[in-house]
Ligand binder design. Structure first.
Ligand SMILES: [Fe+2]
Ligand SMILES: [Fe+2]
Length: 278
């Protein structure tokens, strides 16, 4: 199967970049399934129904969230109606968080794809243990048995926690992909057990910025330590960042992972996608 995952869409530049590049990528790479982290898609904070619909129209099959899941309050009710939208799976049971943290999708060709969203605990506003939560989801829908592919979005600050999640899922997921730090890491690899892994997918955002946000206010806050204006997404051309993964039809494990970087500042000075068409 041919999968793509794109990192945190930050505001209008991220959405515009996906609009420019995603339809062509779907065709060129003959993608069977596309998942996108959308926790910053609406003005940099959370996700509205209108923006979610826009991303589904552009070719996303599944949208994941993160620590900004509920910044747009309407997401609390929208997620109950939209099974393609996932929030982290490791909310404490008492929270009775709306929506779901994992779902099994069926592609037009009839392949099944399990997507799991989880939130890390290191340097984050911590939820419950993400490892046991992901473990439960993987056990409930084993790769190669109940799912043709499994994607785990580990939304976390710490590189170490994300890498640990990669190894924890190795052999049981097609792809473990980090999100949240908005900068693509250079460690795309297939782990020993056959799981494709990259510590952070990067963002779909304007990279003349501080992690997608307007650099003036971000730099000023760091330099002065005084409160100021609300953060706003930077408004220049966006770069689409993500990964392409090809899986084995029988086992569901990864055969290949390749980073994707298209458009905008980041793609001008860093390697482009090196994947030949199907
Ligand atoms: Fe984010
Ligand atoms: Fe985040």
């Amino acid at each position: 199967m041919r999968l793509a995952f794109f990192g945190d869409v930050v505001g209008r530049p991220g959405r515009d970049a996906l609009e420019t590049h995603l339809p062509g990528l779907r065709r060129r790479l003959a993608l069977d399934f596309v998942a996108v982290n959308a926790e910053n898609a609406s003005g940099g904070f959370g996700l509205t129904e209108k923006t979610a619909r826009e991303l589904f129209e552009l070719g996303a099959d599944c949208l994941t969230l993160g620590n900004h899941s509920w910044d747009q309050r309407e997401a609390l009710t929208y997620i109950e109606r939209e099974a393609r939208l996932l929030r982290p799976c490791n909310y404490p049971p008492l929270s009775q968080a709306p929506g779901r943290g994992a779902n099994l999708f069926t592609t037009p060709a009839g392949q099944s794809v399990l997507v799991i969203s989880a939130l890390g605990r290191v340097h984050m506003d911590a939820l419950d243990d993400p490892f046991s939560a992901v473990d439960r989801e993987l056990d409930a829908c084993p790769l190669g048995v109940a799912a043709d592919a499994v994607i785990v979005d580990i939304h976390a600050e710490a590189t170490s926690e994300k890498m640990a999640m990669g190894h924890f899922c190795d052999g049981r997921a097609s792809l473990v992909i980090g999100t949240h730090t908005h900068v693509p890491t250079a460690d795309a690899q297939i782990l020993p057990g056959g799981t494709a892994y990259q510590t952070d997918a990067g963002a779909c955002a304007d990279y003349d910025s501080v992690i997608g946000m307007s650099k003036g206010e971000a730099v000023r806050r760091f330099a002065t330590r005084l409160p100021g204006e609300r953060h706003k997404p930077a408004s220049g051309a966006g770069t689409v960042c993500g990964v392409f993964v090809e899986t084995d039809a029988r086992t569901g494990l990864a055969r290949r992972i390749a980073p994707i970087r298209l458009g905008g500042r980041l793609a001008q000075s860093s390697p482009q996608l090196e994947v030949e068409p199907a």
